[in-house]
Design a protein around this ligand. Structure first.
Ligand code: PEP
Ligand code: MG
Length: 567
């Protein structure tokens, strides 16, 4: 067999590439989450209760030891977190309560541990502040103890001696956020849509990722060597030496950005970065982004039992504004609910959270939260040199836009805009932009709501595609409203990071594109090869197409330069 034929015979798993990059490494499978053992699960009368109670101690010792070993092998924040969790596992109080429940109530050890831990979580949550923050660590120790007692792999990302490709059926955004790019070469998931927060977080961290790779976690075994192409969305199982060499050569090609986005004929398109936390801001500033087009302020609020104080928020926002002195930073007010649930806010009796109290609707329900956030933004902006713009997520009506702009003005924040993420806002962009200073199109949610396709579902990936002509028509309508009012319209959804789609968005009238900082050089390189009139012609072809596939294909066919640029 020739090399080529062998390559063709290799198994290739296909999904959707959401973060470019080509890597080769061994597979590590993410264990399944630990479920609550059934309530009232008790031992039979003949069971040796003393022996079962001793198993609790043995499990606690094992878990504490494993965590300490992991802490010894880690450094920085990860080491501190692991040491604190190991100390919690070694604390005799939890094990003693669980033992008592085994001996007195005859609960099976895993149920006894679960109930004992629930009691600690309840007490910590009631104490609030620092203790409430630790409630999550108790739940982590609980899950590890239950795993040890039921002979299952410990939850969370497994330890591995060398960097690896993490393969999971699904991965929560918080788990993705905790991944260390030095250890995790790439992520492959069966689930998660291309605009899910797992995909966005992977992209922000620069971890090549393929989502919606149906069947990957069943088809791959631990230590299988795979070649992951995060642009093409492919996973080659046991690649040939030639494929590995080619992949390594490709990953060494580096493109840079000179700091000014424009088309070949000089039409300006601001190229901005999406930022999720202070570390991301530092990386974005270092990459030369022209500013920040979407600062997701949720990082301050996620995984907390109580909202942050105004002082905490000021400090956090200042660290991001400081990185972009003299440059534009568009901060989005809190966008909670649906795919970004918050413990202290989310309404949990909604049947359709994506259509419920989320985004700006949360602010209408809890107005003091918005007031505090705007106060913090104003204080942080006054203390730093960045040019701060503020925008609200999930605006659906002219009235909401008017209310938000008015609240911003009351805090001295004069550049107040809206995100266009709901079709109603796109269609009403004229009157909305008569009130708001700018619009930024969130194509992730705009696609979700236009196509009625949950952005978290890998199985609906074909619908969750910003190339859908219906979505492009709404982008066009938003730009028309902006032009009518003389207001700028940008895009800050994941669509902006796809170079070919970026050309179409510019042709539709978008004047800034905000994306993960690492995508900027490729987008900039392609824009430099196309005149703005050509962008307009290509946009027309895409809008007039009858499907996402046709739109993508017709634009690509008309851009022969793509092959030269390797895009
Ligand atoms: C969007 O919806 O496109 C967007 C940028 O916001 P998020 O992804 O945070 O919902
Ligand atoms: Mg959104």
């Amino acid at each position: 067999m020739t090399g080529g034929t062998e390559d063709e015979a290799r198994q290739v798993i296909t999904g959707i590439g959401v973060c470019p990059g080509t890597v080769v490494g061994p597979v590590v499978l993410m264990p399944e989450a630990i479920d609550e053992p059934a309530p009232g699960l008790r031992m039979g009368p003949r069971e040796d209760h003393e022996a079962q109670a001793r198993r609790v101690d043995a499990a606690a010792e094992q878990v504490a030891g494993d965590l300490q070993c992991a802490a010894d092998a880690a450094d920085g924040d990860a080491r501190d977190v692991l040491e604190a969790t190991a100390a919690m596992a070694a604390d005799p109080t939890l094990a003693a309560d669980a033992r008592r429940r085994v001996l007195d109530e005859h609960l099976v050890p895993e149920r006894a541990v679960w109930e004992a831990a629930e009691e600690v979580v309840r007490q910590f949550t009631e104490l609030g502040g620092y203790f409430a923050e630790r409630a999550r660590d108790v739940a982590d120790v609980r899950d590890r103890l239950v795993a040890a007692l039921t002979d299952r792999p410990a939850p969370g990302v497994p330890e591995h001696t060398e960097p690896f490709v993490l393969v999971a059926y699904d991965l929560a955004p918080s788990a993705t956020a905790a991944l260390d790019p030095a250890r995790v070469l790439a992520i492959v998931t069966d689930g998660a849509g291309p605009t899910s927060h797992t995909a966005i977080v992977a992209n922000a961290k620069g971890i090549p990722a393929v989502v919606a790779a149906t069947g990957a976690s069943a088809a791959l075994a631990p230590e299988d060597v795979v070649l992951v192409d995060g642009a093409a969305g492919t996973v080659v199982v046991h690649p040939s030496p030639e494929q590995v060499a080619a992949a390594r050569a490709r990953s060494q090609q580096v493109r840079t950005f000179d700091g000014t986005g424009r088309t070949r004929d000089g039409h300006r398109v601001q190229l901005l970065a999406n930022v999720g936390d202070p570390a991301g801001a530092a990386a974005a500033a270092a990459s030369g982004a022209e500013g920040v087009g979407l600062f997701r302020s949720e990082f301050c609020f996620l995984d907390r039992e109580q909202p942050p104080t105004v002082e905490e928020q000021v400090a956090a926002y200042r660290t991001v504004f400081r990185e972009f002195g003299g440059r534009k930073v568009v901060i989005r007010t809190l966008d909670s609910g649906a795919d970004k649930p918050l413990h202290f806010l989310t309404v949990d009796d909604e049947e359709n959270p994506a259509l419920g109290v989320r985004g700006l609707r949360t602010a209408a329900r809890w107005p003091e939260l918005l007031e505090q956030q705007l106060d913090a933004i104003a204080q942080a902006a006054a203390a730093e040199e960045a040019e701060v713009w503020v925008m609200a997520p999930m605006v659906s009506t002219v009235g909401e836009a008017e209310w938000f702009v008015e609240r911003c003005r009351a805090h001295g924040l004069d550049v107040a805009g809206v995100m266009v993420e709901v079709p109603s806002a796109a269609l009403l962009s004229g009157p909305i932009l008569a009130r708001a200073a700018f619009a930024s199109i969130g194509t992730n949610d705009l696609t979700q709501y236009t196509m009625a396709a949950d952005r978290l579902l890998g199985s609906l990936a074909e619908l969750s595609d910003p190339w859908q002509p219906a979505v492009l028509r709404l982008v066009e309508a938003t730009c028309a409203g902006g032009a009518q009012q003389g207001r700028p319209v940008g895009v800050c959804g994941e669509a902006a990071s796809q170079p070919v789609l970026a050309v179409v968005l510019v042709g539709l009238g978008v004047s800034s594109l905000s994306m993960t900082a690492r995508a900027i050089p490729d987008v900039a390189a392609l824009l430099r090869e196309v005149d703005v009139d050509e962008c307009r012609r290509l946009a027309r072809l895409a809008v007039d197409a009858e499907s996402a596939a046709q739109a993508r294909a017709v634009v690509r066919e008309n851009l022969p330069v793509l092959a030269e640029l390797g895009l």
